[in-house]
Design a protein around this ligand. Structure first.
Ligand SMILES: *[C@@H]1O[C@H](CO)[C@@H](O)[C@H](O)[C@H]1NC(C)=O
Ligand SMILES: *[C@@H]1O[C@H](CO)[C@@H](O)[C@H](O)[C@H]1NC(C)=O
Length: 305
C-alpha cells in the first residue's frame, strides 16, 4: 500500500501551496495492468516537459553515499528509458549484487542514449568534461558532509577506502570529497590525495557549477521532497521504486539513518560545507518555485540510506 501525505511539520506557508501531485503511481500501474489484460495498448506518447528535454541526455553524478536509489527515479522519467517498465528496478532482486554495474551494461539497450547518458563512470568526477559535454545535463543528490562520511565509514558492504582507522581519521581522508568530484577528474571512491588540497575558493567554483550546470540538485537528507521536486521539474509519476533504498546503510533499515557525529571528534569540512550549503539553497529556491511541498511516502517500505 502506498499513499501520499504531507510531511509532518511543513510550515504554514508551504501548506498554503500544498498540492498533491505525487499520488498517481499506483493508479497508473493498475491502469497499465488493465491495458495489458484487455490488450488495449496505449498509443499516447508520454508527455515530455521542456525542462526534461533541455536536460537530455541526463548525466547522473553519483557521489558516494548519496543514494544509488536515485537512479531508479531517473530511468523512470517519461520516455527516457523506453525499455524499462514500472516493475524494473535497479536493485539486487532484479539485477543481482552488482546491480549498478549491471544496469549500465544494459543501459544502451533499455535507455535512449540521446536522453540518458549511459557512460558508466561509477564515482567519476566531472572535472574537464564540464564545459564541453556535461554542463546543463547533470543531475545529482548531495548529502550532509558528516553524515556522508559516517555512512561510508559504516558501510556494511563496500569499504570506501576504510582501512581500520577511527572515524575521525577516516574523515580526514574524505575531506572535500564532494567538491572534488564536481571539480576534478578520476574516480572519487575514495577521493585521491589531490582532493585534500582543495580550498574554499574551489568550493565556490563548484557551487557555481552546481547552480549553472545542474538541471536538478536534490538532498539525500530530504529524500521524499527531493523525489517530489524531481517530478515537479521533469514530470512523471512517483513510483514505489523512487523510495526504495537499494543500499541500506544498516541491514534492513527502514528509515534514513542518522549517525552520531560525536564519532568524528569535532572534525569539520569547511570546503564541502560550502558546496552543501549551496545545494540546500538551490533546493530551497526550486522547492518554492515549483511548489514542491508535498511528499510521496510509502507506508510499508519506508526508506533509509
Ligand atoms: C518488465 O520488464 C522485464 C524485463 O526487463 C520483464 O521480465 C517483465 O516481465 C516486465 N514486466 C511487465 C509487467 O511487463
Ligand atoms: C531517442 O530519442 C531521440 C531524441 O528525442 C528520438 O529522435 C529517437 O527517436 C529516440 N529513439 C528511440 C529508439 O526511441
Amino acid at each position: 500500500m502506498r499513499y501520499c501525505l504531507l510531511l509532518a511539520g511543513l510550515s504554514r506557508l508551504s501548506r498554503a501551496y500544498a498540492q498533491d501531485d505525487c499520488h498517481a503511481g499506483e493508479l497508473q500501474l493498475l491502469q497499465r495492468k488493465l491495458d495489458l489484460e484487455t490488450s488495449v495498448a496505449s498509443s499516447t506518447e508520454p508527455l515530455v516537459l521542456p525542462q526534461l528535454r533541455a536536460a537530455e541526455p541526463i548525466k547522473w553524478l553519483h557521489i558516494p553515499k548519496c543514494g544509488t536509489s536515485f537512479l531508479n527515479a531517473l530511468i523512470h522519467l517519461p520516455s527516457v528509458c523506453p525499455g524499462v517498465n514500472a516493475s524494473y528496478r535497479v536493485d539486487d532482486k532484479v539485477l543481482g549484487k552488482h546491480f549498478e554495474e549491471e544496469f549500465f551494461r544494459e543501459c544502451p539497450e533499455v535507455c535512449n542514449t540521446s536522453k540518458f547518458n549511459c557512460d558508466y563512470g561509477h564515482h567519476e568526477g566531472i572535472g574537464t568534461s564540464y564545459e564541453m559535454e556535461l554542463k546543463g545535463h547533470l543531475v545529482t543528490m548531495l548529502r550532509e558532509p558528516k553524515q556522508r562520511i559516517l555512512s561510508a565509514f559504516h558501510d556494511p558492504v563496500w569499504t570506501h577506502g576504510v582501512a581500520g582507522e577511527s572515524a575521525a581519521s577516516y574523515a580526514e581522508k574524505q575531506r572535500g570529497g564532494m567538491t572534488c568530484q564536481v571539480m576534478r577528474d578520476g574516480d572519487m571512491d575514495p577521493p585521491p590525495k589531490e582532493c585534500h588540497e582543495l580550498t574554499e575558493a574551489d568550493a565556490r567554483l563548484a557551487a557555481v557549477r552546481l547552480r549553472e550546470g545542474f538541471a536538478f540538485v536534490g538532498i539525500t537528507d530530504e529524500w521524499d521532497l527531493s523525489i517530489c521536486l524531481l517530478h515537479r521539474i521533469f514530470g512523471g509519476d512517483c513510483l514505489l521504486s523512487d523510495f526504495e533504498d537499494n543500499r541500506p546503510s544498516v541491514e534492513g533499515a527502514k528509515h534514513y539513518h542518522i549517525y552520531n557525529i560525536l564519532e568524528l571528534e569535532g572534525y569539520e569540512d569547511p570546503v564541502d560545507r560550502i558546496l552543501y550549503n549551496e545545494a540546500k539553497q538551490i533546493f530551497f529556491e526550486k522547492r518554492l518555485a515549483y511548489n514542491a511541498t508535498p511528499a510521496c511516502k510509502t507506508s510499508d517500505s519506508g526508506f533509509g540510506l
